[in-house]
Unconditional design. Structure first.
Ligand code: MD6
Ligand code: FE
Length: 217
């Protein structure tokens, strides 16, 4: 961790890091547009508030979620799936803002995936202590498309494993503005977020926000 800390202080992280075959981390890729992303997020949350979903096993997730786009990801006692309408309000999910779609498509191109047009964005909100257990993203219909993930606010430790749950995970620190893109051979790799440490971010406060863009339908 000491070397990691020095790398942060000296700002000598490579700006493009290959995590695995098909998986790329673009450091600080979305930092310049953070204010616009936050404004768009506030509009979405006013229509579709954050909520703590229940897992099929009956647990309340520590991460609060909402969605935008044509399809939104939901979980309840009957399972995980994509839905056209927000079960909380009965309304269609908010429109996926252009600033969101633009950064996702541009990041995908940087990572070697051309023509990525997301139809769904899952928005995760982590307060200190919140975590996301090791999982695979496999509810999407178009598995040729990558998933693009934008991290904002507090930093977090990202666990990136292999295609088996028992595969050893590599740890990466995701900071404000970092964008991860993965698909191809890594599309179904297990991954998760370690409990977020307390802190304060000038724009996002005591929160980490993660936007994950998919082609779900
Ligand atoms: C997060 N991200 O960073 C959780 N899934 O808060 C994910 O679960 C994720 O970052 C698929 C692809 C990229 C991701
Ligand atoms: Fe995921």
């Amino acid at each position: 961790m000491t070397a990691d800390l020095f790398a942060v202080m000296l700002d000598i992280y490579p700006s493009r890091l290959e995590l695995a075959e098909g998986a790329v981390l673009l450091r600080h890729f979305a930092k310049d547009i953070d204010g616009e992303l936050l404004r768009a997020l506030d509009t979405i949350v006013a229509q579709a508030p954050f909520r703590h979903l229940i897992t099929p096993g009956g647990y309340r997730m520590s991460v609060a979620m909402t969605c935008c786009g044509r399809l939104g990801w939901v979980s309840d006692r009957s399972g995980y799936r994509y839905e056209i309408a927000d079960p909380e309000t009965g309304l269609r999910w908010p429109v996926l803002p252009e600033i969101f779609a633009g950064v996702a498509s541009k990041a995908a191109i940087q990572a070697g995936y051309n023509h990525f047009i997301p139809d769904s964005c899952l928005i995760n909100r982590y307060e200190p202590g919140a975590k996301l257990s090791l999982h695979q993203d496999k509810n999407e219909r178009d598995i040729a498309a990558p998933v693009v993930s934008v991290s904002l606010g507090l930093a977090a430790v990202f666990l990136f494993g292999g295609t088996e749950r028992s595969d050893r995970s590599q740890l990466y620190r995701l900071e404000h503005g970092d964008v991860a893109v993965w698909g191809g051979a890594s599309r179904f790799n297990f991954h998760g977020i370690a409990p977020v440490e307390d802190g304060y971010h000038p724009l996002f406060g005591r929160k980490r926000i993660n936007l994950t863009f998919r082609k779900a339908g």
